[in-house]
Design a protein around this ligand. Structure first.
Ligand SMILES: [Zn+2]
Length: 743
């Protein structure tokens, strides 16, 4: 039972969670729990590698006499990073007890994209002098880059060691603003400015506070020609998903400081997010050629090189990008679902998008991760940047683990909400609404109540509505991001139930005016946020208390079922399974109670019993392809053709890369008289390049014939006979649809 040990187990911080925050996404329950991020993709040839701690023993002999900190600094300034590194190496060897040299050397590593070695040097400096404030600040900076909550503590310790270290106040200001804590951000920026009135990051934080609130800022003028200040403002726009504003400020940064390569790289990455590929490439290559080669820059360039493997399909309202290898199979499903979702959202959100929606589908999850973050290892399934959606292909995920249609509807909800609010919506609400939409369209879509979420409810770790954004941005325990998605989704469910579905759209419009969450709750729901939390938690308790209280009994029961099954005591499996099933009905993953019971029913040759069990499994959202196919087979044998087709149709939204699925579904739909459905399915079989091409074309011919499309039927019959000239049924069908017999 692989999920049980995960509950409450402490885990290292997965990189996935630390990077997920910049964007709107659909998280992956499973990936987000994995500890290790995937290894970074390195550009294969000619693009260099990251800067490492080398062992320059040879160089030592001649630099030992000459090395000075001034020389190291001069080489660094002249961008001779290897030279500067050699100087530092020699300096530290000659002065092993000088903590400051190590700190400065660490800063070189940090700047040159090697935070691991930088952190080592900061720690060595602290071992020499535990009160070295700059070493603490260095560690704070590295933690902050990873959105690790330890950053705050390091910065505070740095200030205790050196109260005049204004950079530590600047860092605390930035961290607070990342958390949307405007009051603290303002105070810390003021504290930095009291020490150094020219502190550019503090000025940029003050300016960002105004700009994010859509106010003119007197602080902009104080940045002057320091590109770094505009770059900081741009980064806050991006964190708040205001990509157009972010792009505008990266441009200002470059105008002020043309050789600020980090800004060129970020400009490129954000242009790329909005699918402006040509200019994105120009900026990224410029950064790269000027030796700014951090992983996002290199990885994004690598990905762009691979774009010739994709095909772009346009309609007046949509752009779909699919990999060459799967375009013919997946396009009909994606196009249909995208059109359907847009039609529904046009109606529901009472608006029409003024630009086409672009959906990019990546079979290689690492490509998807790079596309979205410039970094691999992202624990998400789909992300949205304004009108651009990037997502995993169902082929990139284990069968049954990924409901691609849920993800598509989720992301598309973001596209609409971002458009209506002009990107001004707090993260919790747009995520909550997107999660709400997944099950609003179909109750068996969306994610089920997971053991992580149950544990969080049991331990009272859900956040009040006024603070829930924090759970997405600086999670305090590994599952908190997933828990926050669940909670935000439930909040929207609750609002819909109590105030009506239309209230959700009212709230979208309220956020468009850049009103803070607490005020929106008061104005739109007519209650205090604290009251909302109280009422909401009462609803959660009511819904989950049975499962929370019964979780232990249920998990022990599942172990018993496992043993009883091994012992062949099938009557007991059925009785025990039915007794504990209701304790945690949402559990439909591998080793579910439904599976134990249904399989036991089959052992007793009681097919009705198995059908009944898997019926519940399917209804509540179970979606394992093998299980669903077995269930459909039972239904078909029992003469329930329509139900059997419906069971298999659910799998098209989960794992359509299955020729057997399309073959069987096509046959069933032909029986039920759904000719267009049968055509769709038999076309999918052909798109998967079957070994028996004659049979596939013959089936498609039959489907066309059933729909009265005799010309197409004739064409397919020809193709069947081309593959197998003596194929009698095809010959017969050709006669039927040709000449007098057909028209
Ligand atoms: Zn999302």
């Amino acid at each position: 039972m692989k999920f049980i040990p995960r509950v409450g187990k402490s885990q290292a911080w997965p990189q996935a969670q630390t990077t997920v925050r910049l964007i709107l996404d659909k998280p992956d329950h499973r990936a987000a729990l994995q500890v290790a991020p995937a290894p970074p993709r390195q550009r294969k040839t000619g693009w260099g590698r990251r800067f490492r701690l080398p062992v320059f023993l040879l160089a030592l002999s001649f630099v030992l006499s000459a090395q000075t900190i001034q020389r190291a600094e001069a080489l660094w300034k002249a961008q001779d990073f290897e030279g500067a590194n050699n100087e530092f190496k020699a300096l530290v060897t000659a002065n092993p007890n000088n903590a400051d040299y190590r700190v400065r050397w660490g800063q070189l590593f940090e700047e040159r994209f090697n935070p691991d070695d930088a952190a080592k040097l900061y720690q060595e400096a602290l071992a020499i002098n535990p009160k070295n404030a700059k070493a603490m600040l260095g560690l704070a900076g590295i933690a902050a880059t990873n959105y690790d909550p330890k950053a705050k503590n390091f910065a505070k310790q740095a200030l205790e060691a050196d109260p005049k270290l204004f950079e530590a106040h600047e860092m605390l200001a930035r961290l607070a603003l990342e958390d949307d804590d405007h009051k603290t951000a303002d105070e810390e920026a003021d504290a930095a400015l009291a020490i150094n009135p020219n502190a550019v990051d503090a000025i940029a934080v003050k300016a960002s506070l105004d700009l994010l609130a859509d106010k003119e800022s007197p602080w902009i003028a104080k940045i002057g020609n320091r590109g770094k200040g505009y770059e900081t403002i741009a980064s806050f726009f991006v964190i708040n998903r205001r990509y157009e504003d972010g792009i505008a400020y990266y441009r200002k940064a470059i105008a002020a400081t043309p050789d600020l390569w980090s800004a060129h790289s970020q400009l490129g990455i954000n242009l790329m997010r909005l699918a402006r590929e040509e200019e994105a490439r120009k900026e990224l290559e410029l950064a790269y050629e000027n030796h700014y080669r951090d992983k996002p820059t290199v990885n994004t360039l690598t990905l762009m090189d691979s774009y010739n493997r994709f095909e772009t399909i346009r309609t007046p309202t949509t752009v779909i990008k699919l990999n060459n290898k799967e375009v013919s199979l997946l396009l009909p499903y994606f196009q249909t679902e995208l059109d359907k979702a847009m039609k529904e959202y046009d109606r529901k959100y009472k608006t029409k998008l003024n630009v086409p929606v672009q959906v990019e589908v990546y079979p290689d999850h690492e490509d998807f991760a790079v596309r979205t973050m410039g970094m691999p290892g992202l624990g998400a399934l789909g992300v949205t940047f304004n009108n651009v959606v990037a997502m995993d292909s169902p082929s990139g995920r284990p069968p049954g683990s990924f409901h691609w249609a849920s993800t598509l509807w989720h992301e598309l909800s973001h596209v609409y909400v971002l458009s209506i609010t002009n990107d001004r919506v707090p993260r919790w609400f747009t995520e909550g609404l997107a999660v709400h939409e997944e099950t609003a369209i179909n109750t068996d879509w969306g994610d089920r109540l997971s053991p992580d979420v149950l544990a969080a409810i049991r331990d009272k770790k859900l956040l009040p509505v006024s603070e829930i954004d924090r759970g997405f941005i600086h999670p305090e325990f590994p599952a908190q991001v997933i828990v926050s998605y669940y909670e935000a989704g439930k909040m929207c469910d609750y609002i819909s139930e109590r105030w009506g579905e239309g209230k959700l759209l009212d709230i979208v419009h309220a956020f468009a005016k850049n009103v803070p969450t607490v005020d929106v709750i008061r104005q739109q729901l007519g209650i205090e946020p604290e009251q909302f939390d109280k009422d909401f938690m009462a609803m959660i308790d009511k819904e989950t208390s049975k499962t929370v209280a019964g979780f232990k009994e249920w998990s022990e029961g599942v172990r018993t079922l496992n043993q009883l099954t091994k012992d062949g005591k099938f009557d007991e499996v059925i009785a025990k399974g039915r007794a504990i099933e209701g304790l945690y009905p949402d559990y439909v993953e591998a080793g579910s109670v439904y599976d134990f019971v249904a399989e036991a029913c089959l052992k007793k040759n009681d097919k009705a019993c198995a059908m009944d069990e898997w019926g519940r499994y399917s209804k509540i959202g179970g979606r394992d392809p093998d299980t669903m196919k077995k269930y459909a087979k039972l239904l078909e044998e029992a003469g329930k053709t329509k139900e059997a087709a419906a069971a298999l149709e659910r799998l098209n939204y989960v794992y359509p890369l299955d020729a057997e699925l399309h073959q069987r579904l096509g046959g069933l739909l032909l029986t039920t008289g759904d000719a267009p459905g049968a055509v769709r399915e038999f076309k999918a079989v052909i798109a998967m390049k079957p070994i028996d091409a004659a049979d596939a074309h013959y089936n498609l011919a039959r489907a066309f014939k059933a729909g009265g499309q005799n010309d197409q039927a004739r064409e397919e019959a020809f193709l069947a006979l081309e593959a197998a000239p003596n194929f009698k049924p095809a010959q017969k069908l050709l006669l039927e649809v040709s000449g007098e017999g057909g028209k």
